[in-house]
Every structure is written in C-alpha cells, then in structure tokens.
Design a binder for this molecule. Sequence first.
Ligand SMILES: NC(=O)c1ccc[n+]([C@@H]2O[C@H](COP(=O)([O-])OP(=O)(O)OC[C@H]3O[C@@H](n4cnc5c(N)ncnc54)[C@H](O)[C@@H]3O)[C@@H](O)[C@H]2O)c1
Ligand SMILES: O=P(O)(O)OC[C@H](O)CO
Length: 392
Amino acid sequence: MSAAADRLNLTSGHLNAGRKRSSSSVSLKAAEKPFKVTVIGSGNWGTTIAKVVAENCKGYPEVFAPIVQMWVFEEEINGEKLTEIINTRHQNVKYLPGITLPDNLVANPDLIDSVKDVDIIVFNIPHQFLPRICSQLKGHVDSHVRAISCLKGFEVGAKGVQLLSSYITEELGIQCGALSGANIATEVAQEHWSETTVAYHIPKDFRGEGKDVDHKVLKALFHRPYFHVSVIEDVAGISICGALKKRCCLRLWFRPKGLGWGNNASAAIQRVGLGEIIRFGQMFFPESREETYYQESAGVADLITTCAGGRNVKVARLMATSGKDAWECEKELLNGQSAQGLITCKEVHEWLETCGSVEDFPLFEAVYQIVYNNYPMKNLPDMIEELDLHED
Ligand SMILES: NC(=O)c1ccc[n+]([C@@H]2O[C@H](COP(=O)([O-])OP(=O)(O)OC[C@H]3O[C@@H](n4cnc5c(N)ncnc54)[C@H](O)[C@@H]3O)[C@@H](O)[C@H]2O)c1
Ligand SMILES: O=P(O)(O)OC[C@H](O)CO
C-alpha cells in the first residue's frame, strides 16, 4: 500500500491539542491488522455506544475489523433470548427499544468468547457489576489489549476510592482510558447531536502508529456526525465528573422542583455541586485538571444535561412527589436500568467518612442523609448552611 493510500482522512471531526480545535482533517494510518473491538455491556448506554462503534467499524475497514461483538447479560423476554432478538431483529427491545442496530453488531452471551482475539475492549456496564466481570475476564485478556471505560462511578474498597479505568488496568493489566460526556443515551441513539470526551494516556509500551491504539484511532472509533468527540489526556478529570455529577448532586437537583421550588433553587444546587466535584478531584485526584470541569462535555455540560433529563433525576422527582424510597422509584421507572447515583452516593459518603472529610462536602453529605437516613428534603438549604457554618 502506498504511503498516501494507507492514510485515511477523518474530515468530520477534529482532534484536540489541549482545547485547541483544529478545523483541518485528521490523517489516520491504516492498521497493519484491523483492530478487533468488543463492547462489554448491553444496557441503555452499552447498546448505544455499541451502535456508534459498530457504525464506525463498518465505515473504516482499514482500521477496524467489521464485526463488533457485544457481550450481553443474557435474559429472556417473553420466552425469547435477548441475544437472539438482537441478532435477528437488530433491536435491544428491553434496554434501547425502537432503535435499529447495525447488522455487524453481534450479541454474544459468552463473556470469555466475546473477547477472543480482541484488540480494543469498550466497557459499558453499571459499575456495581464491574468487579465480577473483571474477575471472570482475568487470564483471558492479553496485555496488548487496550480499553475504554464508559462507566460512570468509582470503585471504593480497601484501596480507597479508585477510578474505574485504573481498576480495570489493575485487575486485567491493560491500558484503559475513559469516555464521558453530556450523553443521555436515548438522544445519542436517536442520532440527535451530542458531544463527548474521550481521555486516554498513551502507554509506555505503545507499539507505534498503525499497530496500536492512539488518539486518532479512538477518534475514529467513537466520532459520528451526530456524536462529536474531543480526545484529551485527563482520564481522572472526566471520570470524576461522570461519577459525581449525577450521584451526589444531581439527584437533589431535581428535588427542588418536586418540592415546588423553582429554577433559582436548582441553579443553586448545581453551583454548589460543581464546586464539590472540583474539590473532590483536587483532594483525591490531584492529577485531574480544573479546566476539564469547565471546558469538556464530560464536565459542567454533563451536569446540566443529567440534571435536566437523566434517569437519576426521574427517580429523584418521583421520590419527591410520591414519598416512596429511591429503590422503589428506580424499580417503578427504569425497567431494569440502573440509577447508579444511589450506590455512588453511599460509596462516596463512606470514603469521605474514612478520610474525615465529610464536612468539606456539605451537599454530598446532605444527599446521603436524605437518601439513606430520611432527612426531610425541605431542610436541604439549612443542611448546607449548617455544615458551612461548621466549617467556619
Ligand atoms: N444510560 C445513559 O444515558 C448513560 C449515559 C452515559 C453513561 N452511562 C453510564 O454507562 C454505564 C452503563 O449504563 P447502561 O445505561 O448501559 O446500563 P443500564 O442502566 O441500562 O443497566 C442495565 C444493564 O445491566 C445489565 N445487568 C443486569 N444485571 C447484571 C449482572 N448481574 N451482571 C452484569 N450485567 C447486569 C443488564 O443486562 C443491562 O445490560 C453506567 O455506568 C452509566 O452510568 C449511562
Ligand atoms: O440517566 P443518568 O442519570 O444515568 O445520566 C445519564 C448520563 O450519564 C448523562 O450524560
């Protein structure tokens, strides 16, 4: 292949150097052996990202193998296996109904088989299932494999609070970045324009352009005309935003409306929440960059969209109006999907307690007390105020 012919132009998007956007096309070297991609997870976001990835793998056969495997936690829907439905009717009728999936996306119920000979794994499951998935994958994933985590959450355990990408790296010995943004799955699935942020560090054992995953390959894998991707280095920054925005402040954010309060109250809670997210990053992940919170889709933009229309907000609204507990509301509204804010809220509280830092995060703490100890929602302003006074 000639030097000119073995490079592809990605004209629809722009790689970022820091935040400097380039309007010129990006030249991508054809892969020596097209990268084989597997998506682990087939929920609302898992299926959406699998659609995006499968479209691009079909579109760039010089870079990616055309067939994309999607590992599916098998279940029966009206007597039919979900994998069979996806592979024959090309729809995930339970988690992403009404969206036609590309025919090169193959649902596979066998986790180990789905990662056979794979080069890139895209993790996309509710974070509470990650430890079990990783323990099953151990010994079945070669160290040359690269990964991207689309999960939003933390792993909190004996080692403290850990980014999920770091957890994957530690458990499986593979380099892992993250994808996070203002991305309500159904909007992306319907191809309504959205932005996202991918963060990835090129590892020391990088094998070279055309042989290994770099920022251009990731841009080609995730960028669509309706899904614009910015690729940066700050894995910690985008992961912290994704984990904390909905978990700890978003759920409350809608509550003011449930209580009959207005936009001013909602804005106040978002403002305090963003401050606490940044403080959390500075305290526990000093490598994260403050500008990521303001400038990237994964930062304040995700906070805004999640507060406006995410699943955690829907659960919060029902809690506020019905008086039912969070888990009842999740079950009633989400048909098997997960409002992970409930879990992260507790995990973060326990971590802050261990560190003696609860009082530095009055809003996070107020959310925890409301969800887990039935503190009245209407006391929120005072709870924040009281804790602020404590600080003084
Ligand atoms: N849905 C969104 O709009 C959205 C957008 C951006 C990021 N995210 C993040 O993406 C990640 C995945 O979310 P999602 O929306 O795809 O999932 P989801 O909330 O739709 O969860 C359902 C998924 O969990 C699976 N599941 C159930 N029990 C399981 C088990 N025991 N083991 C393994 N899997 C099991 C189901 O099969 C299904 O695939 C989460 O971290 C979420 O925060 C979601
Ligand atoms: O529906 P939620 O609350 O899980 O949020 C969805 C996404 O994270 C929005 O970016």
